[in-house]
Write a protein that binds this ligand. Structure first.
Ligand SMILES: *[C@@H]1O[C@H](CO)[C@@H](O)[C@H](O)[C@H]1NC(C)=O
Ligand SMILES: *[C@@H]1O[C@H](CO)[C@@H](O)[C@H](O)[C@H]1NC(C)=O
Ligand SMILES: *[C@@H]1O[C@H](CO)[C@@H](O)[C@H](O)[C@H]1NC(C)=O
Length: 387
């Protein structure tokens, strides 16, 4: 955490923020519908195929974009080990694919094989999200008891600030990789995940008719790096957070079943799971450390009573002052009022700076009963906060 604050302060010293103040949030009310060009397209993943073959077509189609991303990561990790970091990654990370549970390890191998990209690099890409995902997630309920789930995905904090362009380099190369993946069995959708091509876990997803969930990172000293290190040296009792999320989409058949799995399974990194069900009141924030759920919060326990909103700070504590997306997010939810809960209203809240910021790569909107998913690539033009 000290490192994080230090880096924030460092960034503040060269990022020009004077036109903006976090105290004067002006809630957006006319961002929806966004331009069609920003709409994210759908891809079907056939679960009847062997894990190795499921991602073949899409990863081949997206090979150029995947290479651009890896090139970017190589560029800004160039200072590590005299530029030799990727030699180690190519040589030493492939074995991790063998240790990952089914189907994830084999899906990752299939992606490497289809694209010819070194397996260690695809493994790295799949590990990244355990530790660098900052976001805002909301589950909200209409006066009639219908649940909507929405989130901004902000990714790439501290990785490559582009001084010339005043942007982060990672979101730039990640945006082209975003798709809505419809996982199907016998031609029927089992669940939908919005995410990055080449990444096989779930950060945002919905099981139509049953549940919706998103995962936000939780900063903690006993954090993702420790868990990953333990995995590498052979302690493999815990689950990768994004694989657990996909397991839940795959096999949970009710809100309560998902709630229990997300609360009780051991995981590699602390995180927040934001869970929505299919009927009135079924919204919750599950705050996880690596072994258990702490201070669970259901929708009816919140001040407003009709929504839960979670960023990257424990809900019973104040957020870091220089990274407060919670106060503006709640302010805009309350201004919106429960009557306007829906894709339009939630998209506007998630389009308000700094809830929307320069790390935001997509916004996803989900309605579990209709099974409808809409997602959009996001850009935040100056004046905008870097996170
Ligand atoms: C690599 O990063 C540096 C800044 O660290 C930048 O000047 C350069 O243009 C980048 N190179 C490529 C090929 O992206
Ligand atoms: C800055 O952004 C433009 C347009 O997005 C891009 O073409 C250019 O390569 C970027 N510059 C750097 C240094 O990355
Ligand atoms: C909600 O999910 C439960 C458990 O799967 C199911 O029995 C129920 O019919 C669902 N309700 C609605 C409104 O879809």
């Amino acid at each position: 955490m000290a490192f994080l604050i230090f880096t924030f302060v460092l960034l503040f010293s060269f990022v020009d923020l004077h036109p903006l103040s976090r105290e004067e949030t002006k809630c957006n009310t006319d961002a929806y519908p966004p331009p069609l060009k920003d709409q994210i397209s759908d891809v079907y993943i056939n679960l009847d195929l062997k894990p190795e073959d499921r991602w073949k077509e899409i990863s081949l189609n997206m090979k150029v974009e995947l290479l651009a991303l890896l090139h970017e990561i190589k560029n800004f990790t160039n200072f590590i080990l005299n530029g030799k970091l990727f030699n180690y990654i190519d040589k030493d990370l492939p074995f991790i694919a063998d240790t990952l549970p089914d189907p994830y390890g084999n899906e990752i191998k299939g992606i490497a094989k289809a694209t010819g990209i070194p397996l260690g690099e695809i493994v790295l890409y799949n590990i990244f999200y355990e530790v660098f995902t900052v976001c805002t997630s909301i589950v909200a309920q209409t006066p009639g008891g219908k649940l909507f789930h929405a989130r901004n995905l902000d990714f790439g904090l501290l990785l490559g600030w582009d001084v010339a362009n005043n942007t982060w380099s990672l979101p730039e190369v990640l945006r082209p990789l975003i798709r809505n993946f419809y996982f199907q069995r016998s031609g029927k959708t089992a669940y939908v995940v919005t995410g990055f091509t080449g990444f096989v876990g779930a950060i945002s997803g919905m099981k139509p008719g049953v549940l919706s969930l998103t995962m936000n990172e939780r900063f903690n000293v006993d954090g993702g790096f420790v868990g990953i290190l333990e995995w590498i040296i052979g302690f493999r009792g815990a689950k990768w957070t994004t694989f657990l999320a996909r397991d839940v989409l795959e096999s949970s058949i009710s809100f309560e079943m998902a709630y229990n799995a997300l609360s009780n399974k051991k995981i590699l990194a602390p995180c927040y799971y934001i869970l929505g069900g299919n009927s009135t009141g079924q919204g919750a924030v599950i705050t996880r450390d690596r072994t258990r759920s702490i201070h669970p919060m259901r929708m009816e326990q919140t001040e407003a009573g009709w929504y839960v909103l979670q960023t990257n700070y424990d809900h019973w504590k104040a957020p870091l002052i220089i990274d407060d997306r919670r106060t503006p997010g709640k302010k805009c939810m309350n201004e919106m009022t429960q009557k306007k809960v829906g894709f339009n209203g939630l998209y506007n809240v998630l389009s308000t700076i700094p809830v929307l910021n320069k790390l935001t790569s997509y916004t996803v909107l989900m309605q579990v009963n209709t099974g409808k998913v809409e997602s959009y690539r996001r850009y935040c033009n100056d004046p905008c906060f870097p996170w």
